[in-house]
Design a protein around this ligand. Sequence first.
Ligand code: BG6
Length: 481
Amino acid sequence: MGKGFPEGFFWGGATAANQFEGAWNVDGRGPSVDDHITGGSYKEPRTLTVDIKPDVLYPNHDGIDFYHHYEEDIALFAEMGFNMFRMSISWSRIFPNGDDAEPNEAGLAFYDRVFDCCHAHNIEPLVTLSHYEMPYALIEKYNGWESRELIAIFEKYCKTVFERYQDKVKYWLTFNEINCGIMQFGALLETSMCRGYEGPVSGIETTMQQRCQALHHQFVASGRVVKYAHEHYPQFKMGNMDCFILSYAATCDPVDVLANHWEMNKTNWYCSDVQVRGAYPAWAPRFWRENGVKLDIQPGDMDDIAAGTVDFYPFSYYMSNIVGTHDVEQTAGNMTFGGKNPYLESTDWGWQIDPDGLRYALNLLYDRYQIPLMVVENGMGAYDEVEADGSIHDPYRIDYLKRHVRAMREAIDDGVDLMGYTWWGPIDLVSAGTGEMRKRYGFIHVDKYDDGTGTYERRRKDSFYAYQKIIKSNGTEGLDD
Ligand code: BG6
């Protein structure tokens, strides 16, 4: 067995405001894009509506009502032993329209209470500044990140929350899964270029030109914000955040190997190279040329990007897929579709379970960047049954957890500098992809259902105790039994 997890390793869970806070129109909060999206399922895409219709159920409106349950929830996280809690600030709770002159004090005060509660339990907050939730008014006015105006608007929002929480938050992430912006589906939640669109979310169409330009605006915004944070708050640690979509060549045909290489370039390295290395990768001009992209890069943009490189590399990891030029059967995955791997099993939502892939990803990333890494999302969506006595037995989730934690242990022994692990959805919350509650990730069950019913009561699942055992022993117990 290897040397195990370093002292001070961060163990915790990860959430996003729009998927669990609820209270969507309470205390001055403005609607975000998620408040305009209906529920869906594995087979049925969610629908985006321009207006919020009174007779339609929008699952993010109530989430799991963390807004009114945060003390109870953070106490449960502490009981599991968390020393880190990843959450996001809802941009439209602070600036209801995104570009308001003054922030909403009630929104700011809410996060003061949440951070204070975390610290009272010795839990370090890890805060995502923008997790899939553009204020809807910015979509109507600017078509999201398509507009360069968003850079200054985002900077103002970040400066406001930095100033307010400088003594309460040390670890910050700029954009959740920024690399999803390069893919067609990212136009909804990442770059929010969906002005006036009404219909199934799978039908939103953008060009590669629009997507690369929107990402460029986000890179400049992130660079400026990271630089500002380093200059004004030297205690801050700034990270980007990528959805690491690991893919393997489907066969040893060199054509497949190259196809996979380019897929990895586009899907993963395009964004992370910019944020970690401070420059576009060498192959970017060819990629732009072949995809009809003519990037508008203003004087000073590349300096801002170069000056705002991140301190650590946090990423989500759920699954892997394969890429090839021969017949490849497709399956679902995190925010995307990919090739089916005959050697892997899948969740009920078609996501292929690949703990060895996590070890591989950690090695790839550390070899490439040589900065500390953090797994800030990893988890398994599954159907859970509540027994007559209220217990919830979830061996599938425990198995997934242990296998991925073992993979991290191996990677640390390989020499990877890994700072922490925050499980996605330590408490059941609304799925980003499908809007479902029944796709449950939590160690804590929430009595909330897809038809909007439920008491919001919280219950510990078996996995609650499994994770508690792992955390309490810093990964020396509860992994191999
Ligand atoms: C990540 C997102 O990609 O995957 C989360 O950052 C999301 O917001 C998570 O919830 C799981 O995806 P889903 O679609 O099952 O909720």
